[in-house]
Structures are given as C-alpha cells and as structure tokens.
Design a protein around this ligand. Structure first.
Ligand SMILES: NC(=O)c1ccc[n+]([C@@H]2O[C@H](COP(=O)([O-])OP(=O)(O)OC[C@H]3O[C@@H](n4cnc5c(N)ncnc54)[C@H](O)[C@@H]3O)[C@@H](O)[C@H]2O)c1
Ligand SMILES: O=P(O)(O)OC[C@H](O)CO
Length: 322
C-alpha cells in the first residue's frame, strides 16, 4: 500500500497527518479551502485548529482533491454530519480506494455509523474505521496514544495496523467495526451528560454513575446493531468514554458543562454528541433498546426538559438489578 491522504484539515486530520509524517514521506493533507492551504503552506502550521503545532516539511498540503485521492489509503476526517454529503459528492474519486473513517458520530438522517454509511455510498471501496481515546493536540504534540483500527476485512485491518501505526500511535486491530464506530460515537453523548452533571454542580459521584450506566447503554445499543459487547470495553468504548467524560479538552464534555451552567454555546465548534444524541435515541426507540441517559441528553439539548427534570426522571426510574 502506498500513499496516505488525510481529507479534512481540522484538528484531528491535521494531527494525524503530523504524526504519520514522522514515519512516512508520502502523506498528503487536503482541505477544501484554497486560502486555508495557502496559509498553512506559508506558516507551516494550522493556525485555526492547532496553532502551536509545526507541520513537518515532508507533509504535502493540497486543496486539489483529485491529487490527494491518488493515494491508496484515504483517511476521512470531516465532521460526521458532513460525511454523507462529502462521500456522495466525491464518490467517483473515492471508488476503489481504502477508506478509513476517523469520524465519531451517527448520521442523523440515516442512523448509520461512518462505516455503514461509506459502504452504502462507495460500495466498491474497502472500508475501515480508526477510533479511540485521543485528543488531536496530544497526537500532534507526539504524546503516546493507543487507538483501534477496525474492519470486517481481516487482511485489510492487518495491513492498516502496520501502515498507520506511528511513533506515538499504537494501533490495536479489531474485526468489529460496528462496535468500534458506535463506541466512538456514543461516548460523545455520555460526555455531554457528564459535562451537564459537572456544570450543574451535581457532583463527581453523579458523573461516575453516568459513565458507568452510560457504558451499559452504549453496549446495549451497539449489541442490538450487531456489535460484540466486549468491543465497548475496549479503547473505542470504555477508553474513549473515560477520556472524554473527564477532560475539559473534550468539546463534548465542555459543551455539557456550558449547558449545565446555563452559559452560551458557540455553534461553530464541532460537538458530535449533539446530533448523535438525537440519532442514537431514534435508533434505540426503533429497536426497543432502553437508553434513559441518551434520551434525557436529547431532551435537554432540545430544551424540552430542564436539568432538574432530567435528574428526577433518571432517579425515579423503577429500581432494578445491575
Ligand atoms: N479533535 C479531536 O481531538 C478528535 C479526536 C478523535 C476523533 N475526532 C473526530 O474527527 C472528526 C473531525 O473532528 P475535528 O476535531 O477534526 O473537527 P474540526 O472542526 O476541527 O475540523 C473539521 C474539518 O472538516 C472540514 N469540513 C467540514 N465539512 C466538510 C465538507 N463537507 N467537506 C470537506 N471538509 C469539510 C472543516 O472545514 C474542518 O477543517 C470528528 O468526527 C471528531 O469526532 C476528533
Ligand atoms: O473533543 P471531543 O469531545 O470531540 O473529543 C475528542 C476525541 O474524540 C477524544 O477521543
């Protein structure tokens, strides 16, 4: 396999491109905005997303998608709710390629995770997902991380594990892309819930309860969709849940804190858990899966219940066996 393209020069795409460039000379980072690429080429940094991180000299930058898609392996790092539109618009360029989704979310329109969505739109591509606990800034700064690469295609996942591991990204492989994609997506909903709890002053014990019961919800929905429940105890499940529910570096957790404090929200920030809460609650209702935390997060986001009402709702549920 030769040539790696990273599509989407946001925080995560840029961080992955930096890390990969330390071990390969054939990495290209694509952004759709010509002026952004011109500025990044001049400054050798991504001023908007990772202002203090240097872009290595061997990392190629382009706004020419055709040039980027000459690579065999294509990492897609757009926000989840833009993935469908992006893949449809560019399906000819993506056809026949190895596509690795880096998105963490569930598509609101179809209820599909990134793997299923790409399989539908680009059926002749070979598809994998990269997910796990990792802040873009940590990866870009060379701090150690461990992530999961997953695909149903065993040969592909094994090749990608070797090809995409870097000096600071240790890759574990998985043959359960559904578990990996839903682990990465649903942890964002739980991070919003935990942020709300902390922001509203409900305490650390409440957060621990939300994380633990949230993890059970994640397992329940992912299993109903065909995942192996054990996958949700791995990096792209428990691992990312821990990271995202406990750090203010997380946009989802920080979004929840703002909601909990009644502070204004910046709509320009990518907060995947907002749309995913709605998509997951809908999927759960369709499949008869009990997801009380996800439902109250959705309702708080919709302003259809208050935080106090959410607490009352969760605490007044019938007592049950753990
Ligand atoms: N930031 C992190 O720490 C991190 C870590 C792991 C995974 N992720 C995941 O990676 C994905 C991207 O997150 P991010 O942090 O890079 O977000 P970001 O907001 O920093 O960047 C998103 C990028 O996508 C581009 N984009 C938006 N719509 C597009 C379209 N239609 N076509 C092409 N490009 C488009 C934007 O211009 C932007 O550069 C998310 O699903 C996120 O959950 C992020
Ligand atoms: O900033 P967040 O909340 O999107 O989280 C980033 C990563 O998903 C953490 O693994």
């Amino acid at each position: 396999m030769t040539g790696v393209a990273v599509l989407g020069a946001g925080a995560f795409g840029t961080a992955l491109a930096i890390s990969l460039s330390a071990v390969r000379n054939d990495v290209v980072l694509w952004a759709r905005a010509k002026d952004q690429i011109a500025k990044m080429s001049l400054d050798r940094t991504n001023a908007k997303r990772l202002p203090n991180c240097h872009l290595p000299a061997n990392l190629k930058l382009t706004s020419d998608l055709q040039r980027a898609c000459a690579a065999d392996i294509i990492l897609i790092s757009t926000p989840m709710q833009k993935l469908s539109e992006f893949a449809q618009e560019n399906r000819t360029l993506l056809a026949g390629k190895i596509l690795v989704s880096c998105c963490k979310g569930v598509d609101l329109e179809t209820g599909q995770g990134p793997v299923e969505l790409l399989e539908r739109i680009v059926p002749d591509a070979r598809i994998a997902i990269l997910s796990g606990p990792s802040f873009a800034i940590d990866i870009a700064e060379g701090l150690p991380t461990a992530l999961t690469i997953a695909s149903k295609d065993e040969a592909l996942v094994s090749d990608l594990q070797a090809t995409l591991a870097t000096n600071n990204i240790r890759l574990y492989s998985s043959l359960d892309p559904i578990g990996v994609e839903f682990g990465g997506a649903l942890k964002n909903v739980m991070a919003i819930a935990c942020g709300i709890a902390i922001g509203a002053g409900l305490g650390e014990s409440a957060r621990a309860a939300l994380m633990t019961r949230g993890n059970i919800e994640m397992q329940r929905l992912a299993s109903a969709l065909g995942a192996h429940p054990k996958t949700l105890s791995g990096l792209s499940g428990f691992g990312d849940l821990v990271l995202t529910c406990t750090s203010t570096k997380s946009r989802n957790f920080s979004h929840g804190i703002k909601l909990g404090r009644g502070e204004p929200i910046d709509p320009s920030i990518t907060v995947e858990g907002v749309a995913t809460a709605h998509a997951a609650a809908k999927l759960a209702a369709q499949r008869g899966v009990d997801m009380p935390i996800t439902n109250v997060v959705r309702d708080i986001l919709n302003s259809s219940i208050t935080i106090n009402e959410a607490v009352e709702l969760l605490l007044s549920r019938p007592l049950k066996r753990e």
